[in-house]
Design a protein around this ligand. Sequence first.
Ligand code: ADP
Length: 909
Amino acid sequence: MVDEGAAVSILKKLLRMETTQNQRRRLQAIAVQILLGIAGLALITFACFQLGFGLARTGFAYVIVISLVSLLGSFSASIVLSIVAAAFLNYFFAAPLHEFRIDIPDDIERIATFLTTSLVVTALVTKVKRSADELRENQAKWVKAERIAHFGWWERDFTTNHVSLSDEVSRIFGVRPVDLPNWHERWLKLIHPEDRARAAEAAAAALVPGGPRYDMEYRLLRPDGTERVVRSQGDVAWNDSGLALRQFGVMQDITELRHAEHELRASETRFRTLVDHASDAFFLYNEDATVLDVNRQACENLGYRRDELIGMTAFDFGPDLTPALLQRIRERLRDGKIVTYDGRHRRKDGTVFPVEVRIRPLWREGQLLAVSLDRDITERKRAEDELRASEERFRTFADYAADAFFLFDDNAAILDVNRQACESLGYSREELIGKHPSDFDVALEEASIERLRERMLGAETVTFETRHKRKDGTSFPVEVRGGQFEQGGRRYLSLARDITERKQAEEALRRSAAYLAEAQRLSHTGTSVYNAGGNLYWSDECYRIWDFDPLQGLPDPDRVWQRIHPDDRDRVREENQRALHEKGEHSVEFRILLYDGAVKYIEATSHPLLSPQGDIDEIVSTHVDVTERRRAQAQAEKLLQLEADLAHMNRLGIMGELTASLAHEILHPIATVRNNARAGMRLLEMSPPDLGEVKGMLGYVVRDADLAKDIVGRIRDHIKKAPPQKEIVDLDEAVDEVIVMVRAAMDRNRVSVRTRLMEHRASVRGDRVQLQQVMLNLILNAMEAMSSVGEGTRELSISTERCQAGGILIAVRDSGPGIEAEHRNRIFEPFYTTKSSGIGMGLSICRSIIDAHGGHLWTDANQPRGAVFRFTLPAVDESLDISSSTCLETLPAAEGRRVPENSNPGLKS
Ligand code: ADP
């Protein structure tokens, strides 16, 4: 950089150089003038000397020479030459000759006159010469100025009607200065047709006294066809009588100016168009933040018109702008700095939007202006918000991922991690960022990391197992997947999965497989999977059940079929076919015949797995070895049969015990029949026979025969071995029949019977014969017990009543010795008897019958003596609801509850 002082000194030097050059040139000119002058003087001296001219004449010649030479310009040279010439006159022409001495006073006078004349003439010549030079120079400058400014003059003389044009004006018109006759007409023709009339009018108007000054702009069409724009103005000189004498004017070619103006206007328009179409809002402010101009975008953004905005201040629509902020902005702008900040603008409707403001300083005529570019960043903010939200979403995804994410840069330093990575390693995110794999990987060496990196650079996704170390020093196995990608540089992403759980899961799976195998073994359940192509899988238990060797691989389907019992094979095949057709689950039971001749019962359940098209892909089948169950079932059936047989035997026993009583019951009607038949016969023998009476007698016979038949029928029912029935049993009727059967035995044992039955008939659902068997057992036991006691009345009471819970309670009371409390439960055990001839099965069978009917049987002490046996039965409408039949409210707390527990284990099992 050149500082001012240095520049000035250089300038001075240059000026000095210029000055010395000019001086030298002037000195040279003076020298040339002097030499020329001396040469001229010498020539004149020689000529005058030869011609014999005297001092006066020679002096005159000298004056002419010196004057001529002085035309060369230098007055100092002329002075020198005048002095030299005076010396020549003295030496060559004044006496004494050839001596610088003057003897004659006239000569002195003459030489002095010569000197004076010479100096005066040369001074005048020099001055005139200089004036002429100056004039010429000025003229040249004027011409130059005219040319430069395209400016010239014109003059019109109204007395001669002559027009003069300066050279430049001629050039502007494109005419030669010589062709100027009839100028006015030619002038008009040179004017552009559109401007011609106006120009002629203005020219004429200027010549009217008091009219407007001639000053106009018009276009010329030059003879060569080019067009120019000129401005011409002129003033008129008037004579005393108000006549125009002359008009002098100047003209300037302003084509370039107008063109430049036009260009400027066009460029201004272009600029405004550009500015108006800019997507940013432009504001031009003065120093006080008053709006000087705005573009269209500014108007659109703020909702004001341009003329409304101009004159407003930035405070009017900038809710964040404060005087202090404005002051700071102003200071920065004064320092020539650009100010940028994110702010807000308020629209005319009051709504506010975010803007990015960028202000530049602009100096105009010493004034600080500010150009502000305000960008509506609503979209950008929205996009930024979107981006932030999407980033957050991504982070949420990443954070909720079950895998740990690690993002590495090219130097294997962690750039980012997810929550899982922090949790698995026990570090915070900040702690992990910047770490190197070797900081938390205990298995990877630097060389392996480098190898992995190279593989990832080859666009490979690497997978490997390693161990990660937690902050607390413990380590755990992980499976890592890693890949490389570009995002603002080379990045590596690795996903680490804690495979402790996987290992545990594998272990759990192994264990559960073992459990399953064990469970299959224990439950004798085998599983197989097969499809049309054959067997796909057989579980160990399946091999065991079918007695195939697992070492020989999956058994051939034909061999499996062969193993099915020949009697069951066709049925199984048929059912299989049907199940395949229906594509449903199905169960089939069959036998298999093993090599050693053993038979196994198999319960097979098959479940088809269907393809999305609905075709059977595979069939999963379970095979349960139910041989044991079958055996147990058979045994249970046998037991049941045994139970039934026992009950039957019990009934037979009762019938045996009641033989006498029953015989009496049958004999009684038979005897009556006989008597009535006899009486009938006698009536027939009468003459005439009383047929009416006979008919009555025969009616009695039929009734009594029916009675006997009924009794026999009932006995047969009790003797008959029939499967248990489920019918509606009228309890009152059943009780009546039982009393009929035991009546004779009672009479014989002097036992009085009392029945107290329910008001409404009581019905239960069950087997009448079995229920009567229970009552008979209880009655016979009671009778026996009472017979064992000598004294006291023997009273038997049978009652039915409704329990509060809904069932029917039947009680059989006696006035016998009763049962000791500690024996009350034992008497229901099979083979428990206190009688020498007893079997001890009666009560056990009774309880089993009542249990089978959904009721309960128990015993208590009767008041004032004896025993009471009670049993409940569900009423007919509730017979299916066993629980509702429990009349526990009537049971004594201590023993009643025990009753259901001791429910005849011998028979039940
Ligand atoms: P068994 O009559 O063959 O002995 P039970 O099972 O009918 O078999 O009776 C078992 C025992 O219960 C009887 O031996 C007897 O001791 C007792 N017992 C049954 N009913 C009564 C009763 N009403 N009074 C007193 N003891 C009874």
